[in-house]
Design a protein around this ligand. Structure first.
Ligand code: AR6
Length: 173
């Protein structure tokens, strides 16, 4: 598996799948979620509403992932996952790691050859960027053993200089 860093706006990523750091409601929000729905258009929201009406009436639990169309984005699919809110008193790392693992599983199931990830939970949900990058890189590397080479390319899309530094440091470690 090839792991790359391409800083910037994930909505322009030309990977087969891009990952959305969503919330359980799946009906949009701020941050990267807002950007994806804005750029991808109403088809994505319609698909999310359908998921709420069928498979996830109570919303998507943290740590899980589900795919929809990518609407008019260059990607074919958006894989929505829900990161944990960072907590100083409880270790929620396993849930954050699960977001990366489950997103990769969904991507492999779809036959996606490439996938782009934002720094899940590292915005509104308050996860410290260095630790978010560490968990992201570590979990993706570990997933190769389980998934093999189905998804050949994983792209991290850090947004802003601090995020880019954190991801580069972890990837080079
Ligand atoms: N491309 C790539 N990364 C981005 C973009 C973009 N266009 N925009 C923001 N980021 P966040 P969370 C970065 O807050 O912490 C939403 O309201 C951002 O700088 O988007 O998982 C959802 O609906 C940060 O580094 O996601 C949820 O309610 C990273 O993406 C909640 O926020 C994640 O920040 C989820 O919070």
């Amino acid at each position: 598996m090839d792991i790359e860093i391409r800083p910037g706006d994930i909505t322009t990523a030309e990977t087969d799948a891009i990952v959305n750091a969503a919330n359980s409601g799946l009906l949009g929000g701020g941050g990267v979620d807002g950007a994806i729905h804005r750029a991808g258009g109403p088809e994505i929201l319609a698909a999310c509403r359908e998921l709420r009406a069928t498979s996830f009436p109570d919303g998507l639990p943290a740590g899980q992932a589900v795919a929809t169309t990518a609407g008019r984005l260059p990607a074919r699919w958006v894989i929505h996952t829900v990161g944990p809110v960072h907590s100083a008193s409880e270790d929620r790392s396993a849930t954050l790691a699960s977001c990366y693992r489950e997103s990769l599983r969904v991507a492999a199931g779809l036959g996606a050859r490439s996938i782009a990830f934002p720094a899940i939970s590292a915005g509104v949900y308050g996860w410290p960027m260095d630790d978010a990058a560490r968990l992201a890189v570590q979990t993706v590397r570990e997933s190769v053993e389980e998934l093999g080479e189905t998804v050949g390319t994983v792209v991290f899309v850090p947004f802003g200089e601090a995020a880019e530094r954190a991801f580069r440091a972890r990837l080079e470690a």
